[in-house]
Design a protein around this ligand. Structure first.
Ligand SMILES: Nc1ncnc2c1ncn2[C@@H]1O[C@H](COP(=O)(O)OP(=O)(O)O)[C@@H](O)[C@H]1O
Ligand SMILES: [Mg+2]
Length: 136
């Protein structure tokens, strides 16, 4: 697996979510994602960026274009050094929120991508990595 190119951005405000949405859309278009797949990965990115800002106290975003012999995809990483998540299983459940949201961000993002990894250490922060492959 080869990383063709990458870009990073910091996540501090709602403006940064708009920026992340734009970057992800542009990269998905350039890889030839269908309109539906573009929207899926943009929506997942939006939810995860929102969580970094709302719960993680801000953090970082990275996008990488991947080439895996037969297919291309996007890998997105969202990381923060916030309070972390004590019970990951609970946090992943639809409807669970500590912030008065809908509690659909993590579960929804997971359903919109092909690979979803979440790593969180209470007191040390949270990292979520998602991959969406281009459908052939
Ligand atoms: N980056 C994060 N840092 C700390 N807690 C988080 C983070 N992301 C999600 N959480 C926790 O997981 C819960 C569920 O997140 P999510 O599914 O996006 O729903 P919502 O944002 O509507 O609360 C949040 O309410 C929060 O408690
Ligand atoms: Mg959320």
């Amino acid at each position: 697996m080869v990383v063709l190119k990458d870009e990073t951005a910091s996540l501090r405000s709602s403006d940064d979510i708009v920026k992340v949405r734009r970057i992800v859309r542009e990269w998905a278009v350039s890889l030839g994602f269908s309109l539906v797949d573009q929207t899926k990965v943009v929506t997942a990115a939006s939810e995860l960026a929102r969580n970094v800002i709302d719960y993680g106290g801000g953090g970082d975003f990275r996008i990488e274009a991947l080439n895996n012999d037969s297919r291309r995809g996007l890998r997105l990483t969202f990381s923060d050094e916030g309070p972390g998540i004590v019970d990951l299983e609970q946090a992943m459940k639809d409807g669970f929120t500590t912030g008065g949201g809908l509690g659909l961000g993590l579960g929804g993002a997971k359903r919109l991508v092909n690979e979803f990894l979440i790593d969180s250490k209470p007191g040390r922060g949270t990292t979520v990595v998602i991959v969406r492959w281009k459908n052939l």
